[in-house]
Design a protein. Structure first.
Length: 247
Protein backbone atom coordinates (compact mmCIF):
# COMPACT_ATOMS: atom_id res chain seq x y z
CA UNK A 1 0.00 0.00 0.00
CA UNK A 2 1.77 3.13 -1.23
CA UNK A 3 1.02 6.60 -2.63
CA UNK A 4 -2.55 6.66 -1.32
CA UNK A 5 -4.37 9.81 -2.37
CA UNK A 6 -6.62 11.63 0.07
CA UNK A 7 -7.41 15.17 1.23
CA UNK A 8 -7.36 16.96 4.58
CA UNK A 9 -10.68 18.66 5.27
CA UNK A 10 -9.82 21.77 7.35
CA UNK A 11 -13.05 23.73 7.76
CA UNK A 12 -14.00 24.63 4.17
CA UNK A 13 -10.39 24.21 3.02
CA UNK A 14 -9.56 21.05 1.07
CA UNK A 15 -5.86 20.02 1.06
CA UNK A 16 -4.90 17.18 -1.34
CA UNK A 17 -2.29 14.84 0.15
CA UNK A 18 -0.58 11.55 -0.52
CA UNK A 19 0.35 9.22 2.30
CA UNK A 20 2.59 6.21 2.75
CA UNK A 21 3.27 3.94 5.74
CA UNK A 22 6.63 4.74 7.32
CA UNK A 23 7.14 1.28 8.82
CA UNK A 24 7.96 -1.83 6.79
CA UNK A 25 7.80 -5.38 8.10
CA UNK A 26 11.32 -6.72 8.60
CA UNK A 27 10.29 -10.30 9.40
CA UNK A 28 11.62 -13.13 7.25
CA UNK A 29 8.78 -14.88 5.43
CA UNK A 30 8.62 -18.69 5.53
CA UNK A 31 6.43 -21.10 3.54
CA UNK A 32 4.98 -24.26 5.01
CA UNK A 33 6.23 -27.39 3.19
CA UNK A 34 5.42 -31.07 3.27
CA UNK A 35 8.34 -32.62 5.14
CA UNK A 36 8.39 -35.68 2.87
CA UNK A 37 8.57 -34.00 -0.57
CA UNK A 38 9.12 -30.28 0.23
CA UNK A 39 6.05 -29.23 -1.77
CA UNK A 40 4.09 -26.15 -0.66
CA UNK A 41 1.15 -26.72 1.67
CA UNK A 42 -2.10 -25.15 0.39
CA UNK A 43 -5.21 -24.29 2.36
CA UNK A 44 -8.72 -24.97 1.14
CA UNK A 45 -11.98 -23.51 2.44
CA UNK A 46 -13.82 -26.68 3.37
CA UNK A 47 -17.38 -27.17 4.64
CA UNK A 48 -17.64 -30.09 7.10
CA UNK A 49 -21.43 -30.24 6.67
CA UNK A 50 -21.46 -30.44 2.85
CA UNK A 51 -18.16 -32.36 2.71
CA UNK A 52 -16.74 -30.22 -0.08
CA UNK A 53 -14.44 -27.32 -0.86
CA UNK A 54 -16.27 -23.98 -1.02
CA UNK A 55 -15.60 -21.13 -3.47
CA UNK A 56 -15.26 -17.53 -2.27
CA UNK A 57 -18.46 -16.54 -4.06
CA UNK A 58 -20.42 -18.98 -1.83
CA UNK A 59 -19.03 -17.61 1.45
CA UNK A 60 -20.79 -15.03 3.64
CA UNK A 61 -19.88 -13.66 7.08
CA UNK A 62 -21.76 -14.68 10.21
CA UNK A 63 -21.80 -13.55 13.85
CA UNK A 64 -22.35 -16.32 16.41
CA UNK A 65 -24.74 -14.80 18.99
CA UNK A 66 -25.44 -18.19 20.61
CA UNK A 67 -23.73 -21.57 20.30
CA UNK A 68 -24.34 -22.67 16.71
CA UNK A 69 -26.72 -19.76 15.99
CA UNK A 70 -25.65 -17.08 13.51
CA UNK A 71 -26.87 -13.87 11.98
CA UNK A 72 -25.35 -13.50 8.52
CA UNK A 73 -24.22 -10.54 6.43
CA UNK A 74 -23.46 -10.24 2.74
CA UNK A 75 -20.50 -8.22 1.46
CA UNK A 76 -22.92 -5.56 0.19
CA UNK A 77 -24.59 -5.21 3.61
CA UNK A 78 -21.24 -4.73 5.35
CA UNK A 79 -20.18 -2.20 2.69
CA UNK A 80 -23.24 -0.09 3.56
CA UNK A 81 -21.94 0.34 7.14
CA UNK A 82 -18.67 1.91 6.05
CA UNK A 83 -18.19 5.56 7.01
CA UNK A 84 -18.08 7.82 3.96
CA UNK A 85 -14.59 9.16 4.61
CA UNK A 86 -12.39 6.96 2.42
CA UNK A 87 -11.00 9.84 0.36
CA UNK A 88 -10.88 12.47 3.08
CA UNK A 89 -9.22 13.18 6.41
CA UNK A 90 -11.81 15.24 8.25
CA UNK A 91 -10.42 17.29 11.15
CA UNK A 92 -12.69 17.37 14.22
CA UNK A 93 -10.45 18.99 16.87
CA UNK A 94 -7.01 20.32 17.78
CA UNK A 95 -5.64 19.04 21.11
CA UNK A 96 -2.37 19.29 23.10
CA UNK A 97 -0.16 16.30 22.30
CA UNK A 98 0.54 15.88 26.04
CA UNK A 99 -3.08 14.81 26.56
CA UNK A 100 -2.69 11.70 24.39
CA UNK A 101 -1.21 8.66 26.08
CA UNK A 102 1.30 6.70 23.94
CA UNK A 103 -0.72 3.48 24.06
CA UNK A 104 -3.37 5.05 21.78
CA UNK A 105 -0.98 5.15 18.82
CA UNK A 106 -1.23 2.28 16.33
CA UNK A 107 0.36 2.80 12.89
CA UNK A 108 1.98 5.88 11.34
CA UNK A 109 2.02 7.38 7.83
CA UNK A 110 3.78 10.33 6.24
CA UNK A 111 1.50 12.83 4.49
CA UNK A 112 3.06 14.81 1.67
CA UNK A 113 1.85 16.89 -1.26
CA UNK A 114 2.59 16.03 -4.88
CA UNK A 115 2.86 19.67 -5.96
CA UNK A 116 3.29 23.09 -4.36
CA UNK A 117 0.25 23.92 -2.23
CA UNK A 118 -0.28 27.12 -0.23
CA UNK A 119 -2.97 25.38 1.83
CA UNK A 120 -0.64 22.46 2.70
CA UNK A 121 2.19 24.84 3.69
CA UNK A 122 -0.22 26.92 5.78
CA UNK A 123 -1.62 23.88 7.59
CA UNK A 124 1.91 22.60 8.21
CA UNK A 125 2.90 25.94 9.74
CA UNK A 126 -0.24 25.98 11.91
CA UNK A 127 0.67 22.57 13.38
CA UNK A 128 4.25 23.73 13.95
CA UNK A 129 3.32 27.06 15.57
CA UNK A 130 0.52 25.80 17.81
CA UNK A 131 2.39 22.62 18.86
CA UNK A 132 -0.98 20.89 18.77
CA UNK A 133 -2.12 17.73 17.01
CA UNK A 134 -5.22 17.51 14.88
CA UNK A 135 -7.73 14.75 15.61
CA UNK A 136 -9.40 13.61 12.38
CA UNK A 137 -11.71 10.93 10.94
CA UNK A 138 -10.78 8.80 7.93
CA UNK A 139 -10.96 5.34 6.41
CA UNK A 140 -7.96 3.26 5.37
CA UNK A 141 -8.83 0.36 3.10
CA UNK A 142 -12.24 -0.62 4.51
CA UNK A 143 -11.61 0.27 8.17
CA UNK A 144 -12.70 3.49 9.90
CA UNK A 145 -10.16 5.28 12.09
CA UNK A 146 -9.62 8.34 14.19
CA UNK A 147 -6.15 9.63 13.39
CA UNK A 148 -3.73 12.24 14.75
CA UNK A 149 -1.94 14.70 12.48
CA UNK A 150 1.25 16.34 13.75
CA UNK A 151 4.14 18.37 12.36
CA UNK A 152 7.17 16.20 11.64
CA UNK A 153 10.34 17.42 9.90
CA UNK A 154 8.60 19.49 7.25
CA UNK A 155 5.86 16.93 6.65
CA UNK A 156 2.73 15.75 8.40
CA UNK A 157 2.82 12.56 10.42
CA UNK A 158 -0.54 10.77 10.55
CA UNK A 159 -1.01 8.11 13.25
CA UNK A 160 -4.03 5.85 13.52
CA UNK A 161 -5.44 5.47 17.03
CA UNK A 162 -6.89 2.63 19.03
CA UNK A 163 -10.38 3.26 20.38
CA UNK A 164 -11.00 3.59 24.12
CA UNK A 165 -12.74 0.19 24.28
CA UNK A 166 -9.67 -1.46 22.73
CA UNK A 167 -7.38 -0.27 25.52
CA UNK A 168 -6.98 -2.34 28.69
CA UNK A 169 -4.85 -1.16 31.59
CA UNK A 170 -4.74 -3.50 34.62
CA UNK A 171 -5.20 -2.22 38.14
CA UNK A 172 -1.85 -1.01 39.47
CA UNK A 173 -2.99 -0.19 43.00
CA UNK A 174 -0.93 -3.01 44.57
CA UNK A 175 2.36 -1.54 45.78
CA UNK A 176 5.27 -3.02 47.72
CA UNK A 177 7.57 -1.12 50.04
CA UNK A 178 11.27 -0.82 49.30
CA UNK A 179 14.16 0.60 51.27
CA UNK A 180 16.03 3.85 50.59
CA UNK A 181 19.18 1.82 49.90
CA UNK A 182 17.37 -0.20 47.24
CA UNK A 183 16.08 3.02 45.64
CA UNK A 184 19.56 4.58 45.65
CA UNK A 185 21.09 1.50 44.00
CA UNK A 186 18.31 1.43 41.39
CA UNK A 187 18.92 5.11 40.58
CA UNK A 188 22.66 4.46 40.25
CA UNK A 189 21.93 1.59 37.86
CA UNK A 190 19.70 3.86 35.77
CA UNK A 191 22.42 6.54 35.75
CA UNK A 192 24.99 3.96 34.63
CA UNK A 193 22.75 2.80 31.75
CA UNK A 194 21.62 6.30 30.71
CA UNK A 195 22.27 7.30 27.12
CA UNK A 196 20.54 8.95 24.13
CA UNK A 197 18.02 7.28 21.85
CA UNK A 198 19.84 6.37 18.62
CA UNK A 199 17.60 3.89 16.76
CA UNK A 200 20.37 2.94 14.30
CA UNK A 201 22.18 1.26 17.22
CA UNK A 202 19.35 -1.21 17.86
CA UNK A 203 19.52 -4.15 15.46
CA UNK A 204 16.95 -6.89 15.03
CA UNK A 205 19.23 -9.65 16.32
CA UNK A 206 16.67 -12.41 15.76
CA UNK A 207 16.04 -11.53 12.09
CA UNK A 208 19.79 -11.07 11.49
CA UNK A 209 20.42 -14.59 12.79
CA UNK A 210 17.63 -15.98 10.59
CA UNK A 211 19.07 -14.29 7.47
CA UNK A 212 22.60 -15.49 8.27
CA UNK A 213 21.28 -19.01 8.80
CA UNK A 214 19.51 -18.92 5.42
CA UNK A 215 22.79 -17.95 3.72
CA UNK A 216 24.66 -20.76 5.48
CA UNK A 217 22.04 -23.34 4.49
CA UNK A 218 22.13 -22.15 0.85
CA UNK A 219 25.92 -22.57 0.92
CA UNK A 220 25.55 -26.01 2.54
CA UNK A 221 27.30 -24.95 5.75
CA UNK A 222 26.22 -26.31 9.15
CA UNK A 223 24.57 -24.01 11.67
CA UNK A 224 26.50 -23.44 14.91
CA UNK A 225 24.89 -24.81 18.04
CA UNK A 226 23.79 -22.24 20.56
CA UNK A 227 24.52 -22.72 24.25
CA UNK A 228 22.04 -21.22 26.66
CA UNK A 229 23.44 -18.61 29.02
CA UNK A 230 22.98 -19.35 32.67
CA UNK A 231 21.06 -16.65 34.48
CA UNK A 232 22.18 -15.57 37.91
CA UNK A 233 19.71 -16.79 40.51
CA UNK A 234 19.65 -13.90 42.98
CA UNK A 235 16.37 -13.73 44.83
CA UNK A 236 17.17 -10.82 47.14
CA UNK A 237 16.38 -7.44 45.50
CA UNK A 238 19.22 -5.57 47.21
CA UNK A 239 21.77 -8.21 46.19
CA UNK A 240 20.41 -8.21 42.62
CA UNK A 241 20.90 -4.45 42.35
CA UNK A 242 24.41 -4.61 43.80
CA UNK A 243 25.46 -7.42 41.45
CA UNK A 244 23.94 -5.53 38.50
CA UNK A 245 26.10 -2.50 39.28
CA UNK A 246 29.19 -4.67 39.68
CA UNK A 247 28.52 -6.30 36.31
Amino acid sequence: MANIKSAISFGLVNIPVVYNPIIKNNDTSFNQLHKKCLNRIHYQKYCDHCKKTVKDVDIIKGYEYEKGEYVTFTKEELTNFQIDSKDSIEIVAFVPSTEIEPYYYEKSYILTTQKKSKAFSLFLEVLKKTKKVAVARTSISTKFYYVLLRYFEGNILMSTMFFEEEVYIPDSSIESKFSKQELDLALKLVDHLSSHFEPENYDDDYQNQIKNAIEKKIEGKPLPKKTAKKKANVKDLLSSLQKSLEA
